[in-house]
Write a protein of this length. Structure first.
Lengths: 122, 122
DNA sequence: CCGGATCCTCCTGGATACTG
DNA sequence: CAGTATCCAGGAGGATCCGG
């Protein structure tokens, strides 16, 4: 009650920042998208993402699993077989990414125009 | 036509990644939100964001300006006075952040539940 | 008051090699 | 096949000082 400062975004929406942290990662977005096509094995993900290192693929999938966005299923066979798929929660998050996609499709040309204006003058 | 690989997210939505790069930054989100309340001076932004360094505030505002999201107006007076405000483009982007806010409000409890489950077992 | 320039530190993430 | 372990370089970002 003492401070007159306007509430910040973090005060009013404490989870927005954490949600951005969830998805604001190159590999997370890639993995979520590939998995939106259906269940994939580790090797498939690695091939289809293309330029991801093993270290980062493993770390990304572990994080997604921990956050309840991806399901990890291990089959006790040799050689090992592990399948990854989106959870229902992960699917809803993909819907939100779709929302961002729409904005970018509609407005990113304006961003690029602003950039070239800025770079030309500055 | 030769490769059978599914298209990646980057192929089908070339701007999604760049759009995420636009907003997936702690200070960007903070600045956009503060500015959604109206025009602010440099010092106001610094105080209201709270724990941002001068270096990062300046860099953040310059990026936002370059991307056409924020308008920077300099008044030729002493001592200097500079005002920042959202452009119409920046306002539309704030709508998208609202979309993320809604998701986080509805679903972040599930994320935290998944985390404590994972941490307890693992 | 609004920054630019510099230094310095920490963390991220790639490359590589190894294992059940 | 599906990871783990280790090493290492580059960049992000805070602290600080200076300048118009």
């Amino acid at each position: 009650m003492q401070r007159q400062q306007p509430t910040t975004l973090f005060d009013s929406h404490p989870y927005l920042r954490q949600t951005l942290d969830l998805v604001a990662d190159k590999w997370v977005v890639a993995a979520l998208y590939i998995l939106s096509h259906g269940t994939k094995r580790y090797g498939e993900l690695q091939r289809e993402i293309g330029d991801i290192s093993q270290r980062m693929l493993t770390r990304t999938l572990r994080d997604l699993e921990r956050n309840g966005l991806v399901d990890r299923k291990v089959y006790p066979v040799v050689p090992p077989m592990v399948e990854y798929s989106l959870t229902p929660l992960g699917q809803t998050l993909n819907q939100v990414l779709k929302c961002l996609c729409d904005w970018s499709t509609a407005n990113f040309a304006a961003v690029e125009a602003a950039r070239s204006r800025y770079d030309k003058i500055g």
